[in-house]
Ligand binder design. Structure first.
Ligand code: BDR
Ligand code: CA
Length: 317
């Protein structure tokens, strides 16, 4: 059983990642931290809570974190276009009964990691602001992170916010730079793999038709998400980017990775937020990141569909 903290900005695919983690037999999701990204912080924290409560989960604490990137204003346009004004457009999901915790997400990350006897897996599927701030506040947390699994970046595929950059990295590139250069064992699941593992109309319809309320709501979320992908990018297929990071913990054979040197572009307007990887070790720099190279698409689809049919079984003591 892996102890996992999920840092996210729900967001359709974040919500599905969270649901997947709560339904996984080998994951003990001990906390959810939220960050501004797909929507403003008050929306992302509320979305995390309402998705959990809708899915009969009331015992996983949710923390609000940073309300803006480290050095920039929050870039809102694409998040709103793709995820809707409140970050979770589509089906009506009732307001949560659970409240967010008092503690700031950065303090929760620092305290929980420092107090834990065992190492914890950190999954970060939004802009990396909370994670970078926690590393700056208490650098010793780096030794307590088992693996840091990130959804972000685009190495061979084009970006989805500029032609060079992927959304999570573009929104807070300074934070990404801090994290990439932290020395922690990082798995980077980029658009190169997430755009291969897309749900098609028949996959989504199958879920919508289910009698299970979680499968059904996931299908409805995907209808909205697929719709904005058609409008904005012109293709009828729906990625569930963030859920791959949880999928990797459920089944380590889901993704293949290759260790490379990778850093983030900061200064050039054309390439801001680009994840630049040295695929052939031309620079001779020490590899620092396991970049995803491939995904078993059928395995991922089956994993999502079967897990959403499962009831929530609490692992909190
Ligand atoms: C990433 O950006 C967000 O819109 C998604 O939630 C995902 O984390 C994909 O580029
Ligand atoms: Ca996200």
């Amino acid at each position: 059983m892996k102890k996992v903290i999920l840092d996210c900005d729900p967001g359709h695919d974040d919500a599905i990642a969270m649901l997947l983690a709560t339904r996984a037999d080998n994951i003990d999701l001990i906390g959810v931290t939220t960050v501004a990204g797909n929507s403003e912080l008050h929306h992302t924290v509320n979305n995390a809570l309402r998705v959990l409560n809708y899915a009969d989960v009331y015992d996983i604490p949710v923390y609000a974190g940073c309300s803006k990137p480290m050095m920039r204003d929050l870039y809102r346009l694409t998040g709103a276009v793709i995820h809707g004004e409140d970050g979770l457009g589509g089906p009506e999901i009732p307001a949560p009964t659970q409240k967010p915790e008092e503690k700031h997400a950065v303090d929760y990350l620092v305290d929980t990691l420092m107090e834990s006897e065992e190492k914890i897996t950190l999954v970060a599927v939004g802009p990396l602001t909370n994670v970078a701030m926690a590393m700056i506040k208490e650098p010793r947390i780096k030794d307590k992170i088992d693996k840091l699994i990130i959804m972000g970046g685009a190495i061979i595929e084009p970006g989805n916010i500029t032609s060079a950059a992927e959304f999570n990295i573009y929104v807070d590139p300074e934070a990404a730079k801090v994290v990439f250069n932290s020395g922690v064992e990082i798995y980077l699941n980029t658009l190169d793999v997430t755009m291969k593992a897309v749900f098609l109309e028949k996959d989504i319809n199958e879920m919508v038709k289910s009698d299970n309320k979680i499968s059904k709501i996931v299908g409805e979320l995907l209808i909205f998400f697929a719709g904005t992908h058609v409008e904005h990018f012109g293709f009828l297929a729906c990625p569930i980017h963030d859920a791959l990071c949880i999928g990797q913990i459920i089944d380590p054979t889901l993704l293949s990775h290759k260790k490379v040197f990778c850093d983030v572009s900061l200064h050039d307007e054309l390439t801001l937020g680009e994840t630049v990887a040295d695929l052939w070790n031309i620079t001779g720099k020490e590899p620092n990141i396991y970049m995803a190279t491939d995904v078993d698409v059928d395995k991922f689809k089956t994993m999502i569909k079967t897990h959403m049919e499962k009831p929530y079984i609490s692992k909190q003591i």
